[in-house]
Structure formats: C-alpha cells, structure tokens
Design a protein around this ligand. Sequence first.
Ligand code: ADP
Length: 797
Amino acid sequence: KPAEIPNLLPGVADHLAGEGIEELYPPQAKAVEAGLTEGESLVASVPTASGKTLIAELAMLSAIQRGGTALYIVPLRALASEKKTEFERWEDEGFSVGVSTGNYEASGEWLASRDIIVATSEKVDSLIRNNAPWIDDLSCVVADEVHLVDDRNRGPTLEVTLAKLRRINAEIQAVALSATVGNANEIADWLDAELVQSDWRPIDLRMGVHYGNAINFDDGSQREVPVAGGQRQTEALVDDTLSEGGSTLVFVNSRRNAESAAERQAGVVESHLTGEERADLRELASEIRQVSDTDTSDDLANCVEGGAAFHHAGLAAEHRSLVEDAFRDRLLKVICATPTLAAGVNTPSRRVIVRDWRRYDGEFGGMQPLDTLEIHQMCGRAGRPGLDPYGEAVLLAKDTETMDELFERYVWADPDPVQSKLAAEPALRTHLLATISSGFANSREALLEFLDATLYATQTGDEGRLATVTDTVLAYLERNEFIEREDDTLRATNIGHTVSRLYLDPMSAAEIIDGLRYAEENRGKTADTSPVNRQDGDLERPAADDGDGFVSASELQSNGADDDVAAESDSESDETDGEDDDTDKEPAQPTPLGLYHLVSRTPDMYELYLKSGDRETYTELCYEHESEFLGRVPSEYEDVAFEDWLAALKTAKLLDDWASEVDEDRITERYGVGPGDIRGKVDTAEWLLGAAEQLAGELGLSSRVGIREAKKRIEYGVREELLDLAGVRNVGRKRARRLYEAGVESRADLREADKSVVLGALRGREKTAETILENVGRQDPSMDDVNAAETATAAVA
Ligand code: ADP
C-alpha cells in the first residue's frame, strides 16, 4: 500500500489514493521491496503501460525527501513536456518541477531551484559540458526507455551521460526504466543496481495474426473477422473493433502510408459516428486547420472529420497533441501512425494493428523486418485498463507462410537483448572531445578508464576495440586542432572547448571552420585548397536520419517556444549591433545560400535524399552558384562526394526558400517533406549558424556579419528588408510582409503608423494589433478609437 512505503511524505500516498491508486502494481511493489525509496539503484524491465512512471516518481520523491534533487531523462523532446505536465501534479505536495529545453549552450542556472528536472539525454550531456552547477546536487537520476542505449544515433549519449553522472557523484541513485529486454541483468550489472523483471501487465494482452477470415490468437483461439470483397484486412479489423465500441491504433511503416491509410479508415469510421460525434469532430478539424495553413493540416482535418487521423514525426507538435488528446477522449476512433507513436506517448487503445512489420532500410538496403522490441512496444499499447476487457494486438498475413513467420518472429519470440553502440567513431568523436574538454580525463589512459565504466565495457569486456577507436578519434581531434597532446597529457584547445560547449559534432565544426577559412582565403581568387577535414575519407559519418522514429541531437535541441526564441535573440542583437558599425572596411561577405550549404553538409544536419530528376536539377543549380560555395565543389567523378554535395544543396535551397518567404505549402510540395521537417531543418540551421558565428569570432574570421544575417533570416523566415519588423513579438513572416506592403517598414514606422493602416494590414484583428503595438513599445496601443470593419475594407480596397 502506498501509505506503507518508507521515506514518502504522507501527502503523497493521499494524493495517489485520490487518483484511484490504492495499491501498488506487483512490479512497483517489488521495486519498493528492493529499496527503491531508500536510495537503492534499480533497473525495472517491465512491459509497456505497467506503471513504470510511478516507479520513477516514488524514487524521485523519496530522494528529494532525503535531500537533493532528481533528474528524469527522456529520450525525446516531445516527451519532456508530457512528463513535466505529469509530474506537476506533485507541486501541491511542495515539489517543484522544471523542464530544460532550448539552446545547448545555456547552463540553465534557474533549474537549481527545482526539485525535479526533466531533460533529454542530449540536453543533460550539454549541461554537464557547460558545468551546470546544479548537477552536483543530484541525488537521483532516472533514465526512461533505457533500452534505447541500443540506438545507433542516440544510445551512446545516454550511456556516456549516465556514466558521467555516476562519476560526478558515486552515491547517486540510478533508476533505469526499460521495456522488456533479453538482458536487463547486464544493464543492472553496469549500474550496480537491483533488478526488477516482470511480464505482469495491468490488462491482459492477446497477440494474434489475422489471416483469411479470422484472427488466430496465441492461446489457440480464433475470432472470425471476415474480409468483405473490395475490403482490406485493416478495414475489416477496424470495422470489427468499432462494432464493439472500441478504438484502433494502426502502425504502418512510412508517413505516406500513415496518411493514405487514415484517409481510407475515415471512410470506414464515418458510418459508425453519432451526430454529436460528427459535430465535435468538425470542431476539432477546424482547430487543426487553424494550427497552420498547409496541405498536411488540411489532409489531417479532412480525415479527422471522418473520425480517423494520422500521426508521424512530420506533423506539427500542436497537431500531434490535438490528435493524441482526441484519441484518449475516444472522439477519434482510429490513428494510423509510424512507430514514433509507440515510443512512449500514452495512447492506449482497444486494438492495435501492426500492418507493416518491415520497413525500408537505407543502410542495409531493401525492406528489413522490425526488431521484436519495437513490435512489442507497439503491441503494448493495446488495452485500456478499466475500459477494455483485454487488449488485442494483431499482425497481418496474406498466406500461411507469413503467418508462421510472424508467430515465430514476434508472437512467440523472446525479447531482443540490447547492445551498446558506443564503440562507433561518430559517437566517440563527440564524447571523447567532451570528456577531455570538461576535465573528466586528461590522458589516453584516463579516457580508457572512463570508457571502462560504460555499458559497452561491461557487456563486451573488449577493451581492445575501444582502444583502437579511441586512438583513431584522438588522431582526428589532434589533426583538426581540437586537442593538443604534450607527452601523456591531453588538453582541449580553445576552439576544442568551444566546439564541445556548442554541442557540435567535431566533424561538423571542422567542416564549418574549413569552409569559413576557404571563403576567407579565396575571396576574389579561385585557388584550389582542399580543406583538411574532407581528406579524411575513412572517417565514418553518423547514420543518416529520415526524421521518423530516430531523431538526431540537433533536432532534439531545437526550441519549441518560438516567442521565446524571438525574444532572446532580439536582446542579443540589440547588445551586439553596435559592433557592426565599422563594417565598411570588411571584405565581401559569404551569401546566405553559401552558408546554408555549408551547415547543410555537416553531419549534424540530417540529409534530404535526392529523388529521381533531382540530380539534374541540383547539378545545374550547383554550377549556377559555384562561386558562392564555401569550399571546392567535388568533381562529378567523385561520385559519392558529389552526390552528398547536391543533397546538401537541396537542403540549402529549402532553407533559402524559407528565408525568401516562400509559402510553407510550396516548400513541403517542392521538397517532399512535412511542415514538422521544415521546422526541424530551420531550427538545426539556426543552431549551426549560431555556432558558426561564434567559431568565426574566435578564429578572427571576417564572415561573422554575413553569418549573423543569414541566421536571422532563417530564424524569422524573411527577406532582408523584413528583419527589423519580423523580430517584433507576434508579428511573424506573413504579418511582417503585409505591414511592409502597407508602408510600415520598420519598428520605428510601427510606433508612428496610423492605427487604421496597421489594423488593415492585420486583417482587422484588433486584439492582435493591440498586442503587437504594445510589443513594439507604442505608448497608446488601444484600437478602441478605430472602426475595424471600415478600415479593413478600406485597406483591402
Ligand atoms: P509505462 O510507463 O510503464 O508505460 P505508465 O506509467 O504510463 O506505464 O502507467 C500506465 C497507467 O497506469 C497510467 O495511467 C497510470 O496512472 C496507471 N497506474 C500506474 N500505477 C498504478 C497503480 N498502482 N494502480 C492503478 N493504476 C496505476
């Protein structure tokens, strides 16, 4: 019983009782018995939806109670705000909660006053690099979805971060939450932790395969679900769930498939809807349309009117949460999603259909089956405790052979083991520099000793491989002047420190520095100096990332709160504007397109692939803009290098379109991306350009001015002449353009302008106009004295 748990404030148990939590679930009880609330480290490997969050909360609340603060590490930015909201219910009991997002460089000092801090592993890693003082006060760290240490892109950061936190404070309580995996004992060994392993679920899960006219369940039973002529299996299954009043989650393997499946399912759902539901759905659809004026928004709204929705990483965050909430409220009956949704978003559903169990894999080529763990996490979303008698997870087969394979591979299968991915060059390149820079290790031996405290070493016992990769990476860092070696001592150079604090992959930094130097040296001449960095052809780049399911560090750092970004950089530019006064003697600056291309070819920017026809388009564009590039264009005979160059150009062109006020819709169409991708690229570019600006400053290069302008244009998505206006809070790119066209060209103009003109440009929205005038510092922003309707018509005319 919660009231009997040691080291908890009595209010906590009462609070839980108020939420209907009278008794602990069995895995939770085991965790408490193992000493969870008495400071014991613990690994909990239990199925999805079995109450892992409460395990974390009990650990954190009791740790705070004993003195100190708690850190909760999430794998995705989207989950950070969800968890924060969840933990905020403890504020009534006197626990404060903070979430750390935003720029990497900031040390987040205000967080020191919080009891519980929520952050991604990338963010924590960065805070350690920047010596955030509150890190020393942590007494408990929770790692959510710790099985992701197996992820090629993000796993190593989580692993290194946990190792560092444990090195900073050897007494820290580490609580790792994991889906069911095959080797949780190895994770427990690594963390010197107790292990709680369980198959228990609060609601029964039945897994099965639909083939022919029935679902064949794992317990040998069958359920008739006939597929009518012209119907697809998924449609028949959704129809069947609806007839029992249930909802369905359908997992597919690509965004396009999610969208087209949702459209078809809307057709199935529609006939089951009541009049009231239709009205509510129409309202939801109009909310969705208001979020953004894009095709995706429109497509989503159309599906939603029929009671179905799609969900993938290309959606705007507001769209995602509207869809998730409406599904939890049982208004939406079907979500067709890519596997991103399975990674932690709490959207239980009566039935889960895993329609696609293979996905295109760029690295290995062709369609590859998904991991057992991934499929099991999707299936784990089936069944809403208290609402459904049980959950059903259904895979689809068209023939008996496939049915057998699916049973073998997923239904009967033991969970996969997790395997550390730390010993890869891109991972070690970043983490070794950080480890040296922040003083964790100052010699090769000390580095290897530190690496010895990682899961990789615990699992493999193979120090040889780590030593070899470490030597390759140290040589690279030294060659690019990020570190210096004197006898046995390793030291980060000034630039090395900066690169680490900026959270750049050293390879990105090298590319940027080489590009900026190339521009400096080649201004006005066409010498052929190959940058140092690209000669290292044998260095691995991190795996490319399609933005679905696997999110790169740079994506994770982007700041969702647009207003704040605008406000922050406002003050920044106000402070530094003065420095630019002596720029007339500066040499010509790099162009925005040249700079966008430079940051787009770094490994921190995930790539856009070239589609058929793109090669010709971008080859042509490449020669047109040859003089603008910050680096030598590879010859067309250097196949891979040239192709990469063009792919970066495609991204650069997308950014350039954005900074030239091309409509979001046009951009999504032209580059085959979603609005969420544009946001992701823009945020990443802003971060990388900010880093470039700082590097240029430190290296005494003259391109800072050009970089700053290119960065501001990306930030606001506007041409040069709108930079001043678009920086005003609540203005944005479209309103800035309309104001400009109405003759209001600057902040000064806006402070003086005729109110009716302002109102006309803002399409008669009085409230907006008042807010904007207030933000620009106008004395009397009130619109009371203006007749809105009249002026709006006048302005349009
Ligand atoms: P997981 O993180 O393991 O996927 P959650 O922590 O999200 O699962 O828990 C799923 C649901 O179970 C939540 O809605 C939570 O409130 C509820 N829950 C957790 N523990 C208990 C309990 N002891 N009694 C009743 N409900 C619980």
